[in-house]
Ligand binder design. Sequence first.
Ligand code: ADP
Length: 375
Amino acid sequence: MLEKLFKQHGIDSADKLDHQRLLSLVNSMADGVIAVDHNMTIVLSNGSALNILDVNSSLKGRQLAEVVRPFDKNGNPVDIESLVAGTRTQTTNRDLLLHYDDNSAANLYLSIAPVHLGFGRKGQRGFVLLLRDITHEKSLEEERDEFISVISHELRTPIAIAEGNVSNALFVANKTPDGQIDAIKQALHQAHEQITFLADMVNDLSMLSRAERGNLTIEIEEIDIKTLVDELQETYSRQAKEKGLGFEAEAPDDIGKLNSSRLYVREILQNFITNSIKYTDKGSVRLAIAREAAGVRFTVADTGIGISKSDQEKLFSKFFRSEDWRTRKTGGTGLGLYVSKKLARLLHAEISVKSELGKGSTFSVLVPDAQIFKK
Ligand code: ADP
Protein backbone atom coordinates (compact mmCIF):
# COMPACT_ATOMS: atom_id res chain seq x y z
CA MET A 1 0.00 0.00 0.00
CA LEU A 2 2.71 2.47 1.09
CA GLU A 3 4.88 1.27 -1.79
CA LYS A 4 2.06 2.19 -4.17
CA LEU A 5 1.66 5.67 -2.70
CA PHE A 6 5.40 6.36 -2.94
CA LYS A 7 5.40 5.13 -6.53
CA GLN A 8 2.52 7.48 -7.47
CA HIS A 9 4.66 10.38 -6.24
CA GLY A 10 7.80 9.11 -7.88
CA ILE A 11 9.32 8.20 -4.52
CA ASP A 12 10.69 4.74 -3.90
CA SER A 13 11.10 3.30 -0.41
CA ALA A 14 14.87 3.86 -0.44
CA ASP A 15 14.19 7.57 -0.95
CA LYS A 16 11.71 7.50 1.91
CA LEU A 17 14.25 5.99 4.27
CA ASP A 18 16.80 8.61 3.27
CA HIS A 19 14.21 11.28 3.90
CA GLN A 20 13.56 10.05 7.42
CA ARG A 21 17.25 9.81 8.15
CA LEU A 22 17.75 13.34 6.95
CA LEU A 23 14.85 14.63 9.01
CA SER A 24 16.20 13.17 12.23
CA LEU A 25 19.63 14.52 11.38
CA VAL A 26 18.23 18.01 10.83
CA ASN A 27 16.24 17.83 14.03
CA SER A 28 19.25 16.89 16.08
CA MET A 29 21.33 19.84 14.84
CA ALA A 30 22.33 22.58 17.25
CA ASP A 31 22.10 25.15 14.44
CA GLY A 32 18.72 26.38 13.31
CA VAL A 33 17.77 25.01 9.89
CA ILE A 34 15.07 26.47 7.65
CA ALA A 35 14.40 25.30 4.10
CA VAL A 36 12.28 27.46 1.78
CA ASP A 37 10.96 26.82 -1.71
CA HIS A 38 11.41 29.26 -4.58
CA ASN A 39 8.36 31.27 -3.34
CA MET A 40 10.08 31.75 0.03
CA THR A 41 7.54 29.54 1.77
CA ILE A 42 9.05 27.50 4.58
CA VAL A 43 8.95 23.78 3.83
CA LEU A 44 11.06 22.50 6.69
CA SER A 45 12.55 23.76 9.96
CA ASN A 46 14.02 22.25 13.09
CA GLY A 47 13.64 22.92 16.82
CA SER A 48 16.83 24.99 17.03
CA ALA A 49 15.40 27.42 14.45
CA LEU A 50 12.32 27.90 16.65
CA ASN A 51 14.60 28.60 19.61
CA ILE A 52 16.71 31.18 17.83
CA LEU A 53 13.68 32.95 16.38
CA ASP A 54 11.88 32.64 19.72
CA VAL A 55 8.66 31.23 18.25
CA ASN A 56 6.85 28.17 19.51
CA SER A 57 4.61 27.09 16.67
CA SER A 58 5.66 25.23 13.54
CA LEU A 59 7.11 27.35 10.77
CA LYS A 60 6.02 25.07 7.96
CA GLY A 61 3.89 26.82 5.32
CA ARG A 62 4.72 30.32 6.63
CA GLN A 63 6.45 33.01 4.60
CA LEU A 64 10.15 33.47 5.41
CA ALA A 65 9.89 37.28 5.83
CA GLU A 66 7.16 36.80 8.38
CA VAL A 67 9.33 34.82 10.78
CA VAL A 68 12.93 35.87 10.08
CA ARG A 69 13.25 39.62 10.49
CA PRO A 70 16.92 40.51 10.78
CA PHE A 71 18.47 43.96 11.11
CA ASP A 72 21.86 45.16 9.91
CA LYS A 73 24.43 46.59 12.33
CA ASN A 74 23.08 50.12 11.77
CA GLY A 75 19.66 49.00 12.94
CA ASN A 76 18.02 48.96 9.48
CA PRO A 77 15.68 46.06 8.66
CA VAL A 78 17.06 43.61 6.10
CA ASP A 79 14.79 42.23 3.39
CA ILE A 80 15.50 38.58 4.03
CA GLU A 81 13.58 37.27 1.01
CA SER A 82 15.54 39.38 -1.51
CA LEU A 83 18.75 38.46 0.29
CA VAL A 84 17.94 34.76 -0.04
CA ALA A 85 16.54 34.96 -3.57
CA GLY A 86 19.70 36.73 -4.75
CA THR A 87 21.99 34.00 -3.40
CA ARG A 88 23.69 32.03 -6.17
CA THR A 89 26.34 30.16 -4.21
CA GLN A 90 26.52 29.42 -0.52
CA THR A 91 27.14 32.64 1.47
CA THR A 92 27.51 33.43 5.14
CA ASN A 93 26.84 36.58 7.12
CA ARG A 94 27.95 37.34 10.68
CA ASP A 95 26.74 40.92 10.95
CA LEU A 96 23.00 40.53 11.33
CA LEU A 97 20.96 41.03 14.46
CA LEU A 98 17.65 39.63 15.65
CA HIS A 99 15.44 41.69 17.94
CA TYR A 100 13.15 40.02 20.44
CA ASP A 101 9.90 41.15 22.03
CA ASP A 102 11.59 41.77 25.40
CA ASN A 103 13.87 44.33 23.68
CA SER A 104 16.88 42.02 23.80
CA ALA A 105 18.89 41.28 20.67
CA ALA A 106 21.10 38.46 19.40
CA ASN A 107 23.93 38.45 16.90
CA LEU A 108 23.02 36.08 14.11
CA TYR A 109 25.22 33.87 11.98
CA LEU A 110 23.28 33.18 8.78
CA SER A 111 24.35 30.86 6.03
CA ILE A 112 22.28 30.66 2.85
CA ALA A 113 22.70 27.87 0.31
CA PRO A 114 20.72 27.38 -2.90
CA VAL A 115 19.72 23.69 -3.03
CA HIS A 116 17.65 21.13 -4.80
CA LEU A 117 14.83 20.57 -2.32
CA GLY A 118 12.68 17.53 -1.80
CA PHE A 119 13.12 13.95 -2.70
CA GLY A 120 12.60 11.83 -5.74
CA ARG A 121 11.78 13.19 -9.11
CA LYS A 122 9.28 15.79 -7.81
CA GLY A 123 12.02 17.82 -6.09
CA GLN A 124 12.23 21.55 -6.72
CA ARG A 125 14.77 24.30 -6.25
CA GLY A 126 14.89 26.27 -3.04
CA PHE A 127 17.25 27.44 -0.30
CA VAL A 128 18.50 26.16 3.02
CA LEU A 129 19.26 28.67 5.78
CA LEU A 130 21.45 27.87 8.76
CA LEU A 131 21.02 30.15 11.79
CA ARG A 132 23.19 30.36 14.87
CA ASP A 133 23.18 32.69 17.86
CA ILE A 134 26.75 34.08 17.99
CA THR A 135 26.17 36.77 20.60
CA HIS A 136 28.72 35.25 22.96
CA GLU A 137 31.42 34.87 20.30
CA LYS A 138 30.79 38.41 19.11
CA SER A 139 31.17 39.85 22.59
CA LEU A 140 34.41 37.91 23.05
CA GLU A 141 35.69 39.24 19.73
CA GLU A 142 34.78 42.78 20.73
CA GLU A 143 36.45 42.37 24.11
CA ARG A 144 39.58 41.00 22.48
CA ASP A 145 39.72 43.90 20.01
CA GLU A 146 39.19 46.43 22.77
CA PHE A 147 41.84 44.71 24.85
CA ILE A 148 44.39 44.84 22.04
CA SER A 149 43.64 48.47 21.35
CA VAL A 150 43.99 49.49 25.03
CA ILE A 151 47.23 47.57 25.40
CA SER A 152 48.85 48.78 22.22
CA HIS A 153 47.88 52.36 23.03
CA GLU A 154 49.19 52.14 26.57
CA LEU A 155 52.45 50.50 25.56
CA ARG A 156 53.36 53.09 22.94
CA THR A 157 54.12 56.01 25.26
CA PRO A 158 56.31 54.28 27.87
CA ILE A 159 58.26 52.45 25.18
CA ALA A 160 58.89 55.68 23.27
CA ILE A 161 59.96 57.54 26.42
CA ALA A 162 62.20 54.71 27.62
CA GLU A 163 63.77 54.39 24.19
CA GLY A 164 64.33 58.16 23.89
CA ASN A 165 65.90 58.43 27.32
CA VAL A 166 68.21 55.48 26.89
CA SER A 167 69.45 56.74 23.56
CA ASN A 168 69.92 60.23 25.05
CA ALA A 169 71.91 58.79 27.91
CA LEU A 170 74.06 56.86 25.46
CA PHE A 171 74.59 59.93 23.32
CA VAL A 172 75.62 62.09 26.25
CA ALA A 173 77.79 59.34 27.69
CA ASN A 174 79.61 58.88 24.39
CA LYS A 175 80.16 62.57 23.76
CA THR A 176 81.22 63.94 27.12
CA PRO A 177 82.58 61.56 29.67
CA ASP A 178 82.53 64.07 32.52
CA GLY A 179 80.45 67.01 33.68
CA GLN A 180 77.21 65.65 32.23
CA ILE A 181 76.55 62.91 34.71
CA ASP A 182 73.34 64.62 35.93
CA ALA A 183 71.79 64.53 32.47
CA ILE A 184 72.62 60.84 32.17
CA LYS A 185 71.14 60.14 35.60
CA GLN A 186 67.98 62.03 34.72
CA ALA A 187 67.55 60.17 31.42
CA LEU A 188 68.16 56.78 33.00
CA HIS A 189 65.82 57.62 35.82
CA GLN A 190 62.98 58.40 33.42
CA ALA A 191 63.69 55.29 31.39
CA HIS A 192 63.63 53.25 34.58
CA GLU A 193 60.29 54.74 35.60
CA GLN A 194 58.67 53.88 32.29
CA ILE A 195 60.11 50.38 32.30
CA THR A 196 58.67 49.87 35.78
CA PHE A 197 55.31 50.98 34.45
CA LEU A 198 55.62 48.49 31.60
CA ALA A 199 56.58 45.73 34.00
CA ASP A 200 53.50 46.49 36.17
CA MET A 201 51.31 46.40 33.13
CA VAL A 202 52.72 43.14 31.86
CA ASN A 203 52.18 41.76 35.35
CA ASP A 204 48.50 42.82 35.25
CA LEU A 205 48.15 41.26 31.83
CA SER A 206 49.67 37.94 32.73
CA MET A 207 47.54 37.76 35.89
CA LEU A 208 44.52 38.66 33.83
CA SER A 209 45.06 36.05 31.18
CA ARG A 210 45.68 33.39 33.81
CA ALA A 211 42.59 34.44 35.73
CA GLU A 212 40.46 34.45 32.58
CA ARG A 213 41.55 30.97 31.66
CA GLY A 214 40.85 29.77 35.19
CA ASN A 215 44.55 28.95 35.53
CA LEU A 216 45.19 30.58 38.85
CA THR A 217 46.39 28.06 41.34
CA ILE A 218 46.58 29.08 44.92
CA GLU A 219 49.49 28.31 47.16
CA ILE A 220 48.76 28.83 50.81
CA GLU A 221 51.68 29.66 53.05
CA GLU A 222 52.29 31.27 56.37
CA ILE A 223 52.69 34.99 55.79
CA ASP A 224 54.65 36.99 58.30
CA ILE A 225 52.63 40.18 58.11
CA LYS A 226 55.33 42.47 59.50
CA THR A 227 57.81 41.30 56.87
CA LEU A 228 55.27 41.84 54.12
CA VAL A 229 54.55 45.35 55.38
CA ASP A 230 58.27 46.14 55.59
CA GLU A 231 58.77 45.02 52.00
CA LEU A 232 55.88 47.13 50.78
CA GLN A 233 57.13 50.10 52.75
CA GLU A 234 60.59 49.77 51.26
CA THR A 235 59.28 49.61 47.68
CA TYR A 236 56.57 52.22 47.86
CA SER A 237 57.91 54.87 50.20
CA ARG A 238 60.51 55.60 47.52
CA GLN A 239 57.86 55.85 44.80
CA ALA A 240 55.67 58.08 46.98
CA LYS A 241 58.61 60.31 47.87
CA GLU A 242 59.44 60.84 44.22
CA LYS A 243 55.96 62.34 43.85
CA GLY A 244 56.35 64.41 47.00
CA LEU A 245 53.92 62.22 48.96
CA GLY A 246 54.25 60.67 52.36
CA PHE A 247 53.94 56.93 52.77
CA GLU A 248 53.22 55.32 56.11
CA ALA A 249 52.75 51.66 56.83
CA GLU A 250 51.93 50.40 60.25
CA ALA A 251 51.05 47.08 61.76
CA PRO A 252 50.61 46.32 65.47
CA ASP A 253 53.64 44.54 66.89
CA ASP A 254 51.60 41.49 67.77
CA ILE A 255 49.93 41.21 64.34
CA GLY A 256 51.49 37.78 63.85
CA LYS A 257 50.95 35.51 60.87
CA LEU A 258 48.28 34.79 58.30
CA ASN A 259 47.75 31.66 56.25
CA SER A 260 46.94 32.73 52.72
CA SER A 261 48.56 33.24 49.33
CA ARG A 262 51.44 35.61 49.85
CA LEU A 263 51.62 36.30 46.11
CA TYR A 264 47.97 37.28 45.74
CA VAL A 265 47.70 39.29 48.97
CA ARG A 266 50.76 41.20 47.88
CA GLU A 267 49.37 41.68 44.37
CA ILE A 268 46.11 43.14 45.72
CA LEU A 269 47.94 45.49 48.08
CA GLN A 270 50.33 46.54 45.34
CA ASN A 271 47.38 47.45 43.16
CA PHE A 272 45.79 49.50 45.94
CA ILE A 273 49.05 51.27 46.81
CA THR A 274 50.14 52.04 43.23
CA ASN A 275 46.67 53.42 42.52
CA SER A 276 46.78 55.57 45.63
CA ILE A 277 50.15 56.98 44.65
CA LYS A 278 49.02 57.45 41.06
CA TYR A 279 45.77 59.22 41.89
CA THR A 280 47.09 61.44 44.70
CA ASP A 281 48.83 64.73 43.99
CA LYS A 282 49.43 65.93 47.51
CA GLY A 283 49.26 64.51 50.98
CA SER A 284 49.98 60.92 51.80
CA VAL A 285 49.20 57.25 51.39
CA ARG A 286 48.77 55.09 54.44
CA LEU A 287 48.74 51.32 54.79
CA ALA A 288 47.18 50.05 58.02
CA ILE A 289 46.73 46.50 59.23
CA ALA A 290 44.37 45.22 61.86
CA ARG A 291 43.26 41.82 63.04
CA GLU A 292 39.51 41.22 63.07
CA ALA A 293 37.41 38.20 63.99
CA ALA A 294 37.06 37.22 60.33
CA GLY A 295 40.72 37.66 59.38
CA VAL A 296 43.28 40.37 58.77
CA ARG A 297 42.19 43.69 57.32
CA PHE A 298 44.63 45.60 55.13
CA THR A 299 43.59 49.19 54.47
CA VAL A 300 45.15 51.62 52.02
CA ALA A 301 43.98 55.22 52.43
CA ASP A 302 44.99 58.21 50.36
CA THR A 303 44.31 61.95 50.21
CA GLY A 304 43.89 61.90 46.45
CA ILE A 305 41.38 62.85 43.80
CA GLY A 306 38.66 60.53 45.13
CA ILE A 307 36.07 58.58 43.15
CA SER A 308 32.52 59.70 42.36
CA LYS A 309 29.60 57.56 43.57
CA SER A 310 28.72 56.47 40.04
CA ASP A 311 32.33 55.50 39.26
CA GLN A 312 32.54 53.52 42.49
CA GLU A 313 29.97 51.11 41.11
CA LYS A 314 32.11 50.38 38.05
CA LEU A 315 35.58 50.27 39.63
CA PHE A 316 35.98 46.51 39.43
CA SER A 317 34.79 46.08 35.84
CA LYS A 318 37.28 45.03 33.23
CA PHE A 319 39.03 48.02 31.56
CA PHE A 320 37.17 50.57 33.68
CA ARG A 321 38.97 53.89 34.03
CA SER A 322 37.29 57.04 35.27
CA GLU A 323 36.52 59.67 32.62
CA ASP A 324 37.89 62.29 35.07
CA TRP A 325 40.76 64.16 33.37
CA ARG A 326 42.92 63.71 36.46
CA THR A 327 42.70 59.96 35.95
CA ARG A 328 43.22 60.28 32.22
CA LYS A 329 46.47 62.22 32.61
CA THR A 330 48.02 59.09 34.13
CA GLY A 331 48.58 55.84 32.27
CA GLY A 332 46.64 52.73 33.17
CA THR A 333 44.76 49.80 31.79
CA GLY A 334 41.73 49.59 34.04
CA LEU A 335 42.71 46.02 34.86
CA GLY A 336 44.34 46.31 38.29
CA LEU A 337 41.14 46.35 40.35
CA TYR A 338 39.43 43.81 38.11
CA VAL A 339 42.31 41.40 38.67
CA SER A 340 42.37 42.24 42.39
CA LYS A 341 38.71 41.31 42.71
CA LYS A 342 39.35 37.96 41.01
CA LEU A 343 42.28 37.24 43.30
CA ALA A 344 40.25 38.26 46.35
CA ARG A 345 37.55 35.78 45.39
CA LEU A 346 40.16 33.01 45.29
CA LEU A 347 41.28 33.96 48.77
CA HIS A 348 37.68 34.23 50.04
CA ALA A 349 38.63 37.81 50.82
CA GLU A 350 36.38 40.82 50.69
CA ILE A 351 37.28 44.15 49.14
CA SER A 352 35.55 47.35 50.13
CA VAL A 353 35.89 50.97 49.04
CA LYS A 354 35.05 54.30 50.58
CA SER A 355 35.76 57.45 48.70
CA GLU A 356 34.84 61.08 48.44
CA LEU A 357 35.53 63.14 45.38
CA GLY A 358 38.35 65.61 46.01
CA LYS A 359 39.08 64.21 49.48
CA GLY A 360 40.54 60.76 49.00
CA SER A 361 39.88 57.06 48.84
CA THR A 362 40.18 54.10 51.16
CA PHE A 363 40.45 50.59 49.76
CA SER A 364 40.47 47.68 52.14
CA VAL A 365 40.66 43.94 51.89
CA LEU A 366 39.70 41.54 54.63
CA VAL A 367 41.68 38.32 54.17
CA PRO A 368 40.47 35.32 56.17
CA ASP A 369 42.93 32.82 57.54
CA ALA A 370 43.08 29.92 55.07
CA GLN A 371 42.53 27.47 57.94
CA ILE A 372 39.07 28.99 58.28
CA PHE A 373 37.94 28.74 54.69
CA LYS A 374 39.45 25.28 54.18
CA LYS A 375 36.94 23.83 56.64
P1 ADP B 1 44.16 51.70 36.26
O1 ADP B 1 44.67 52.33 37.51
O2 ADP B 1 45.20 50.98 35.48
O3 ADP B 1 43.35 52.64 35.43
P2 ADP B 1 42.55 50.04 38.05
O4 ADP B 1 41.67 48.88 37.74
O5 ADP B 1 43.62 49.83 39.04
O6 ADP B 1 43.12 50.55 36.67
O7 ADP B 1 41.62 51.21 38.55
C1 ADP B 1 40.44 51.54 37.82
C2 ADP B 1 40.07 52.99 37.98
O8 ADP B 1 39.64 53.23 39.32
C3 ADP B 1 41.19 53.97 37.75
O9 ADP B 1 41.35 54.26 36.39
C4 ADP B 1 40.70 55.18 38.54
O10 ADP B 1 39.74 55.89 37.79
C5 ADP B 1 39.97 54.55 39.71
N1 ADP B 1 40.81 54.44 40.93
C6 ADP B 1 41.38 53.35 41.45
N2 ADP B 1 42.03 53.60 42.59
C7 ADP B 1 41.86 54.93 42.83
C8 ADP B 1 42.29 55.83 43.87
N3 ADP B 1 43.02 55.40 44.91
N4 ADP B 1 41.90 57.11 43.77
C9 ADP B 1 41.14 57.56 42.74
N5 ADP B 1 40.71 56.76 41.73
C10 ADP B 1 41.07 55.47 41.76
